[in-house]
Design a protein around this ligand. Structure first.
Ligand code: CA
Length: 233
């Protein structure tokens, strides 16, 4: 993806009025916006993951709900996902992040809030190039330049945000990064206190990378301070 191309955003929302408001706000902000009124259309449009950069995914949808769509997308090559939900419960937020969503917005929210989240997710999905290098820990090999990670020679599929967290840790292998620093660098300045995000994504990385996720030696918890890639240097 290049920064020149307009970001493509799919709005999945069954409430016609809200759908038009969201699509209109995104259109006005210069994004290439498409819409789906229910889960079946959305699933069809998501079959080509290269065609969309961000999905705004409503949870309460007829026929196929947002949870099912998220579950189906998990572990595949997929666009970034911002879940939008009317329920706004902490358990929903955790569930969304557990299923690989990149962010969560509780309804009602304003256009400014939406656009700020979209910009934050795009910054994550389209970080500046430059930082290369390969970091190896046991059977895990993180190629920062190629943006790929293998375990035992087999490619590990990561969501955009999982990758950014791993890359941030690997780039600073052996050094402890505190919670706020990680949240600000990976998610964005307004996320400094969202420890749930960090905890959830660290656990997801462990499940994918560690021999024993309960006793990690790649994504290591450092007391109450933060996280570290591998042993201290
Ligand atoms: Ca709905």
């Amino acid at each position: 993806m290049t920064d020149e191309r307009r970001a493509r955003i799919l709005v999945v929302e069954d409430d016609a009025a809200l759908r038009e408001v969201l699509a209109g706000a995104l259109d006005s902000a210069g994004y290439e916006t498409s819409i789906a009124a229910h889960g079946i259309t959305a699933s069809q449009m998501l079959r080509d993951p290269e065609a969309i950069d961000i999905v705004l995914l409503d949870i309460g949808l007829p026929f196929v709900d947002g949870w099912q769509i998220l579950e189906h997308m998990d572990n595949q090559q997929r666009p970034a996902v911002i879940v939008i939900s009317a329920r706004g419960e902490e358990t929903d937020k955790v569930r969304a992040l557990d299923l690989g969503a990149d962010d969560y917005l509780a309804k009602p929210f304003g256009a400014d809030e939406l656009l700020a989240r979209v910009r934050a997710v795009l910054r994550r999905v389209r970080p500046p190039d430059g930082a290369g290098g390969i970091v190896v820990r046991g059977s895990v090999r993180v190629d920062l330049g190629a943006r790929s990670v293998t375990r035992g020679g087999v490619e590990v599929r990561l969501s955009p945000t999982e990758w950014l967290l791993l890359a941030e840790l690997a780039r600073n292998a052996g050094a402890t990064l505190d919670h706020r620093t990680l949240l600000q660098r990976v998610w964005g300045p307004q996320y400094a206190d969202e420890r749930n995000y960090l905890r959830t994504f660290a656990q997801r990385l462990r499940v994918k990378l560690e021999d024993d996720p309960a006793h990690p030696d790649i994504v290591v918890t450092v007391g109450r301070q933060g996280y570290r890639f591998g042993p201290p240097r």
